[in-house]
Design a protein around this ligand. Structure first.
Ligand code: FES
Length: 188
């Protein structure tokens, strides 16, 4: 028996996801179960442990290596502990052309960490990822479950400062536009 077990609402959600698929196709629930295992471990580093992967392999009757292959492909699955605030910084072409490199440099300088690292207070982890689907509002980052868009190095640093100080921050566009409307007052 694995050291990890789904419990409470996570066990119920795991069962519900498995039931979505026809008999014999339950392996299709692998990504959902990985995500649930990560959420169940939210306060302990918000990552998927080896024990959790072993349990998912057991539940879905899959070789463990197949679970590891899926978990290591998607950046939404963390394979090691992350800080309280996980900064996923988009480095794909539209964000890169609009300043993602400068955002990354500011993050690294301000937090004194490199990409893939967590700061010494375990508050922030920086991970450069591929497109997060908010290209119209590039450059952007995702921090935990929220998107922060139309960023400059200064506005990003202010967000990090406020998060670090426990203050409220505003997600979405940082230049006040609604969704992806044109940034020049409705004129294209
Ligand atoms: S390229 Fe950054 S969100 Fe799409």
């Amino acid at each position: 028996m694995s050291d990890f077990q789904f419990t409470g609402k996570f066990a119920r959600e795991a069962k519900r996801n498995i039931k979505k698929y026809p008999k014999g196709k339950s392996q299709s629930a692998v990504l959902a179960l990985l995500f649930l295992a990560q959420e169940q471990n939210h306060d302990e580093g918000h990552y998927v442990t080896e024990a959790a992967m072993a349990e998912i392999a057991n539940i879905l009757d899959m070789p463990l290596i197949r679970i590891v292959e899926v978990a290591s492909f998607f950046t939404m699955i963390n394979l090691k502990p992350v800080g309280k605030f996980h900064i996923q910084l988009c480095g794909t072409t539209p964000c890169m052309l609009r300043g993602a490199k400068e955002l990354r440099k500011r993050c690294e300088d301000y937090l004194n960490i490199k990409n893939g690292e967590t700061d010494e207070n375990k508050l922030f982890t920086l991970t450069e990822v591929e497109c997060l689907g908010a290209c119209c509002n590039a450059p952007m980052v995702q921090i935990n479950d929220d998107y922060y868009e139309d960023l400059t190095p200064d506005s990003l640093q202010e967000i990090l400062e406020n998060l670090g100080d426990g203050k409220a921050v505003k997600s979405g566009s940082q230049i006040g536009r609604s969704c992806s409307e044109p940034s020049r007052g409705g004129k294209i």
